[in-house]
Design a protein around this ligand. Structure first.
Ligand code: AMP
Length: 310
């Protein structure tokens, strides 16, 4: 089933306890589309870059089945730039710099042949632009998943809440859930957030896995215990790309299938953190993905007959 994703295509400069990078390829739409391409043949993206963006990155995305027809290249402008630093606890990071550049006046134009997309992933981006994309789709997609971050909550909370009213699934991390709901308890926060619009809520907890909430149901997916985490950048986007990519490929949006999608998203995110930037996601093989999903199955499978223990 067809998938459209919006988000940033960016330059990132990263620092982790394992090293430092200069400007490398990043951005929410980049990670989402690379991840989803493991399940969906064609991932359509709508985003914007500046004249400084190398053609080789666009070619690489195309080679991974990403349709870049909706990627605008703005002459005389600069690509969105983000710089972040991780400390020894890789669950927490500091944003050092965010330069919006081309994002300041981004007008998301949806190519005609994207209009029939049934699955829409609103990657982390200006909330008003996320809303514009929903409004510019001629018919409402079957499923709309949204990601966002504290940066937009600090800057544009009212606009973010307007976009939230229009989506089916929201994917955020634990700190963002607490900020959005103004509640420390994640269970209470989930209830408050689901009352704001989304029927489903995913709360990511970094190396401690992710929770999926829907009405009174909760499901938990672990993160794979890894020996080395080099760079967590893009893990959340890679997770979201795997989640929606799996749902689009199976075209089943039941809660049971969302549980499977959560595991697929977690499996892909576990690759993203193994190397800097997008390095590990480029050239990931089908066998590697299948093997990793099996590791997840083995990690959580146990055999308990509840009636025998009473
Ligand atoms: P994640 O680690 O999954 O939260 O995503 C990291 C990616 O988000 C990086 O590659 C950044 O380029 C991108 N990013 C950082 N800040 C923003 C922002 N304010 N809006 C959109 N994308 C961002």
């Amino acid at each position: 089933m067809s998938l459209l994703t919006i988000g940033t295509v960016a330059f990132d400069a990263l620092e982790t306890p394992f090293g430092k990078t200069d400007k490398i390829l990043g951005g929410s739409a980049t990670y989402i589309s690379l991840s989803a391409s493991n399940f969906v043949k064609k991932v359509n993206i709508v985003s914007v870059v500046g004249e400084d963006f190398p053609q080789e990155y666009i070619t690489m995305l195309e080679e991974h089945g990403v349709n870049t027809k909706g990627l605008q290249v703005k002459k005389g402008e600069k690509t969105f730039f983000w710089s972040g630093k991780y400390h020894n606890d890789m669950n927490a990071r500091d944003t050092i710099d965010t330069q919006l550049n081309v994002l300041e006046n981004f007008d998301p134009i949806i190519p005609e042949d994207y209009q029939d997309c049934k699955y829409l992933m609103l990657g982390n981006l200006v909330p008003v632009v996320q809303k514009m994309v929903i409004e510019r789709m001629r018919s409402r997609p079957k499923l709309i998943v949204m990601d966002t971050m504290n940066f937009w909550m600090d800057m544009m909370m009212p606009q973010l809440k307007e976009t939230l009213k229009l989506v089916d699934v929201l994917s955020i991390n634990d700190e963002e859930a607490r900020q959005l709901a103004e509640d420390y308890s994640l269970v209470k926060a989930a209830k408050k957030i689901m009352a704001m619009g989304p029927k489903y809520l995913i709360i990511k907890k970094g190396e401690h896995g992710a929770l999926l909430f829907h009405e009174n149901d909760v499901f938990f997916a672990p993160a794979l215990p890894l020996e080395d985490v080099f760079d967590p950048t893009g893990a959340g986007d890679t997770f979201a790309g795997g989640f929606i990519g799996y749902l689009a490929a199976t075209d089943d949006i039941s809660f049971d299938n969302m549980k499977r999608a959560l595991i697929h998203g977690s499996a892909l995110a576990s690759f993203a953190v193994e190397k800097f930037g997008t390095e590990r996601m480029v050239g990931l093989t089908e066998e590697e993905v299948e093997e990793r999903i099996q590791q997840f199955v083995d990690l959580v499978q146990f055999d308990i007959k509840v009636e025998n223990t009473l």
